[in-house]
Design a protein. Structure first.
Length: 273
C-alpha cells in the first residue's frame, strides 16, 4: 500500500502550524524574559520585597507569567490550534488570553494579601523578628503541597494536553476563552505553591524567578512524573530550613537589611505611566 504525497500534505501542514505556534510562544517567552530582566534589574530586596503600585506590579506580573509559563503551556496551545484551525484561526490566541486572565486574578490576590499583611503586621515582619520564619514557613508549606493528592490531580491535567482538551471542549471564541481560563486554573492549582516560594525567596530576583520557572517546566514536561515532584519537595524543604537556620548559606539569596520585609516602595514606573 502506497501513500500519496497529497495524503500527507494536510498532516505536514498541521505539523508545521503546530511547530510554528510553539516557536511563537517560545519567542514571546524569550522577549518577556528580556523585558523582565531589564525592568527588574537591581530591585531584589530579598524575601518580602515590596510590590510597588498595583498597576506596576500587574504589568510586571503578566510579563513574568508569559516568561515562566509559556514554555510549558506551549504544547497544549499548539494542540488546541491543530484542533481548531479550520474553525477559527484566532481561537488559540483567545485561549492564551483566557489562560493569562486566570493568572492575572492570581496576581491581584497576591497583591491584596501582600498589602493587607503589610498594613496589619506593622514591624512584625522585620527580617530579624519573624520575617525569616514566615519565609521559611511558606517554603515548608510549598514542599508539603508538592506531595498532596490535589497537586497530583492538577499536575496530571497540565501534563495531559489532549485529555484536558477533550474533557473541557467548548466551541467558539467564548469557548476558547473559557477553556484557556480553565487550563489556567489547573495550572494555578499545580503551581501556586511554587509561586508562593518565589515571594518567599525574592519575587523581584531574576535568579529565583528562573529557578522557580525551571521547577515548573520540569514538573510539567519531564517524563519521570512523581519523581520530579518529590525532588522539588525536597529542594523546597531544604530551602525552608536553611532560610531560618543559616540564610547566608543559600546562594543568591538577598538578606533584607535593617527595616521591614517590605522595602522598595519607590518602584520605577512602567513605560508610559
Amino acid at each position: 500500500m502506497t501513500v500519496q504525497q497529497g495524503d500527507l500534505r494536510p498532516v505536514l501542514t498541521a505539523a508545521r502550524s503546530r511547530l510554528g505556534l510553539i516557536a511563537l510562544l517560545l519567542i514571546l517567552a524569550v522577549l518577556a524574559w528580556w523585558f523582565t530582566v531589564d525592568r527588574m534589574r537591581g530591585m531584589d530586596a530579598g524575601p518580602g520585597t515590596a510590590l510597588g503600585t498595583l498597576a506596576w506590579f500587574l504589568g510586571i506580573w503578566l510579563v513574568m507569567m508569559a516568561a515562566m509559563m509559556f514554555p510549558s503551556v506551549a504544547p497544549t496551545v499548539a494542540l488546541y490550534s491543530t484542533m481548531t484551525k479550520k474553525r477559527n484561526p484566532a481561537a488559540p490566541l483567545v485561549f492564551v488570553a483566557g489562560y493569562l486572565l486566570t493568572w492575572t486574578a492570581v496576581g491581584l490576590l497576591a497583591f491584596a494579601v501582600s498589602e493587607l499583611g503589610r498594613r496589619l503586621s506593622g514591624d512584625a515582619l522585620f527580617w530579624d523578628r519573624t520575617g525569616r520564619w514566615v519565609a521559611g514557613g511558606v517554603l515548608v508549606v510549598a514542599a508539603v503541597y508538592e506531595l498532596t493528592p490535589l497537586k497530583t490531580m492538577c499536575l496530571r491535567h497540565c501534563r495531559s494536553p489532549l485529555g484536558f482538551l477533550l474533557g473541557s471542549w467548548r466551541d467558539g471564541l467564548p469557548g476558547a476563552l473559557q477553556m484557556g481560563a480553565k487550563h489556567g486554573a489547573w495550572c494555578v492549582g499545580c503551581c501556586w505553591a511554587l509561586m508562593a516560594s518565589l515571594f518567599a525567596l525574592g519575587v523581584m530576583s531574576i535568579a529565583w524567578m528562573a529557578f522557580v520557572a525551571a521547577l515548573i517546566a520540569a514538573e510539567k514536561t519531564l517524563p519521570w512524573g512523581r519523581l520530579v515532584t518529590y525532588c522539588t519537595a525536597a529542594i523546597l524543604l531544604t530551602l525552608g530550613i536553611l532560610i531560618v537556620v543559616v540564610p547566608d548559606a543559600i546562594p543568591g539569596l538577598t538578606i533584607p537589611g535593617e527595616g521591614s520585609m517590605t522595602e522598595m516602595d519607590d518602584m520605577p514606573p512602567m513605560p508610559g505611566t
